[in-house]
Design a protein around this ligand. Structure first.
Ligand code: GUN
Ligand code: ZN
Length: 426
């Protein structure tokens, strides 16, 4: 067993419905086999376990590891393609890079960069939008296993309207997805996610195949995109006889508690109601929404309809792996919505980046640092005299300190990361 000594800040309960920030300064977390078995004042924990080694993290802040609910593995080398809306951005920047994943050696290099990038941003769990090629998916799951990240991912499926080298057929999609799930779902910390790219690039037949895959892989998640961009939404309505976007998935049994749909910037009330009643989650990706000019996310309406919302970085349309940056951009977005927006505090941002993501991904063992949880954590230790160090030391209270961490923090302030009690060395 190990005792971690420090200031631990987390948010176990939803602050949109009354949860409050939990701060324990000079606390001890007793960790056994990766699981937190006790949390309390350091001296009490020490007295009860005098022989256990102590990891001293005092003088900084320990947060739970972040949970990224939407990030694309094959797009890391395409970040920064600015100036285009979604469909043009896909054609010019994202899809040419995704086509390079056909080369297994190239994909393996990207996979290594990807998992290191996530971990060094303090992200310990992620729902990863995969690649269109099985060998590339093997590379991703393999690289994630080496680092120990909690990855949920799957082969990306499309059978129309993309460049031909990214297309599959329903029969091939079923066989390849199932073979990948058999290799990786439940292997170590990996899980499988059935992943049609978006209904724009998927026929009804392929979406029906996704429904069959969900039946065939117990415990799998379902992930895709929805209502991101107005031109995209109009095309989907044309392709599906005027149907709304959420219904294109729902009619194949793909909208329920296992579902995480990215974006949802332009939902109708009917769609929000369907998502809320069915227990589905939305991955809010605010830097991506701003970069692609997709729009301002209607968080307040999601909350009104009881839709679960978590944060996603959406690399490569987003601006990097840091959920600190996404949290700040989520805050900006609600400010820009003025009286239509939902004002956010540092507590909300920390929740969206941690416990909300754990709930969306059905990972009850992570998100906060309570006894019984896995010790997935990150040490925020800014350089001396940096604006963040000054900001934290002059904060009135810890809620203000957390707001400053989201405002000023970057990946360089994440000095150490643990997953299941193990210090990462990447
Ligand atoms: N919709 C379909 N594919 C993508 C993608 O790669 N990125 C984003 N932001 N939206 C998508
Ligand atoms: Zn995406």
């Amino acid at each position: 067993m190990t005792i971690f000594r420090g200031t631990f800040i987390d948010i176990p309960e939803n602050p949109f419905t009354g949860g409050v920030l939990r701060v324990d300064s000079d606390a001890g977390l007793l960790v056994e086999d990766g699981v937190i078995v006790a949390r309390g004042p350091f001296l009490d924990i020490r007295r009860a376990h005098p022989a256990e080694p102590v990891v001293d993290l005092t003088g900084s802040v320990v947060l739970p590891g972040f949970v990224d609910s939407h990030v694309h593995f094959p797009q890391i080398r395409a970040v920064g393609g600015l100036g285009l809306p979604l469909l043009e951005w896909l054609d010019k920047y994202a899809l040419p890079e995704e086509a390079r994943m056909a080369d297994a050696a190239y994909a393996a290099g990207v996979a290594r960069e990807f998992v290191r990038g996530l971990a060094s941003a303090g992200t310990t769990s992620a729902l990863v939008f995969g690649a269109h090629y099985s060998d590339a998916m093997d590379a991703l799951f393999g690289a994630a296993s080496e680092v120990g990240l909690r990855i949920t991912s799957g082969l990306v499926l499309s059978d129309r309207l993309l460049r031909p080298d990214l297309l599959t057929t329903p029969v091939r999609a079923y066989a390849e997805s199932l073979a990948l799930a058999n290799r990786w779902h439940g292997t170590g910390r990996n899980r499988y996610a059935v992943t049609p790219r978006f209904s724009l690039s998927c026929t009804d037949e392929l979406l029906a195949t996704c429904g069959e895959l969900m039946e065939a892989i117990p415990g799998a998640l379902f992930t895709s995109h929805v209502n991101e961009n107005k031109a995209e939404i109009a095309t989907v309505a044309d392709l599906f006889g005027g149907s709304d976007y959420v219904t294109t998935y729902e009619r194949h049994g793909l909208v329920d508690r296992r579902t995480v749909l990215a974006h949802n910037v332009h939902p109708t009330d009917v769609e929000l109601k369907l998502l809320g009643v069915n227990g589905a989650s939305v991955a809010h990706c605010p830097t991506s929404n701003a970069a692609l000019g997709s729009g301002l996310f209607p968080l307040h309406r999601h909350l009104q309809y009881g839709v679960r919302v978590a944060l996603g970085s959406d690399v490569g349309a987003g601006a990097g792996f840091s959920l600190l940056k996404e949290g700040l951009q989520a805050y900006f977005c609600q400010q820009l919505l003025a009286d239509q927006g939902r004002p956010l505090t540092g507590t909300h941002l920390l929740y969206l980046a941690t416990t909300a993501g754990a709930e969306a991904l059905n990972l009850p063992q992570v998100g906060h640092l309570s006894p019984g949880q896995a010790f997935d954590a990150q040490l925020i230790r800014p350089a001396e005299d940096s604006p963040l160090a000054i900001g934290i030391s002059h904060a009135e209270d810890y809620e203000e300190a957390v707001a400053r961490i989201f405002t000023l923090g970057t990946t360089t302030d994440v000095q150490a990361v643990w997953i299941n009690g193990d210090l990462l060395t990447t």
